[in-house]
Design a protein around this ligand. Sequence first.
Ligand SMILES: C[S@@+](CC[C@H](N)C(=O)[O-])C[C@H]1O[C@@H](n2cnc3c(N)ncnc32)[C@H](O)[C@@H]1O
Length: 300
Amino acid sequence: MSRHTHSSGNPIVDRRGAYAEALSSEHAYAEAAEVMAQALELAPDWAAGWNSLGRHYEGSGSIDRAIAAWQRSAELDPAGRYGAALKLAAHGVGGARGMSAYAETLFDDYAGRFEMSLVDRLGYRVPEALADMIVATGRPAGARPVDLGCGTGLMGVRLRPLVDRLEGVDLSQAMLAEARRKGIYDRLTRADLFDFLGGVQGVDLAAAADVLNYTGPLPPVLAAVRPVLSPGGRFAFSLETHGGPEPEVLRTSLRFAHHTDAALGACREAGYAVLATRAATLRYDRGEPVAGLLVVLAGT
Ligand SMILES: C[S@@+](CC[C@H](N)C(=O)[O-])C[C@H]1O[C@@H](n2cnc3c(N)ncnc32)[C@H](O)[C@@H]1O
């Protein structure tokens, strides 16, 4: 996913930034960093550029320089749209903040090539697997299924045959525009899922496919979903998983990964019944399988 599309305002600098990005995509990270550092001499307040420079240094193994670049980017972009504060947190510098602003920018950039990239190149199969689990575990008849973080509608396509009506919510306007084109949602809302959940009730099925990697610790999500579920309502979601001791870690990919036992413990502690779980490869990242967990819960 490229972050260089956010202009510096100077076409010459932008061209150099694009060249650095091309070098980086060929794994020539040190050369990319050199080109980008020179470009930034002409545009020292370019937040997206400093963020990219951090990535090029990270790729080249110069973590100290990467951290300095992300610190500069974070100063220039206090909302965190480029994710520099998250990169710092993933490298152990400061706390994770600005996840929503970062996810919105990321997916607004990514929307046009999301499905080709994720499904065709990265082997994303979460929606069909999650839909199979939803069918296998049954659910109460209800009127309000909600696709949380619906993106372009890949999960919605799988949910649509199972429900009479369908709602989707997402942070990203561009992802929602792609979803709208599919014509499968009765209602689409642009909102942070936490804000959205604060205003709904009687949800019989909430789905979050490949979304909770972008929201951080699990307990706040579980607490936000449970009160909106109708009795016995289902919450189906995927998580990226890791094998370390922490309940969750923020990876340098800027996705959170969760520990399976801690996640399922949190589900029970939050008052859900765990109906089904399945360990699965969620997709591939640089040719490597990304391990994950699919979960269907019932509100009790
Ligand atoms: C990897 S995509 C998955 C989209 C879809 N669920 C699917 O399976 O294809 C993640 C989506 O979650 C959305 N998202 C991330 N954090 C969010 C939040 N806090 N509230 C609402 N949407 C969020 C992003 O904008 C993005 O469209």
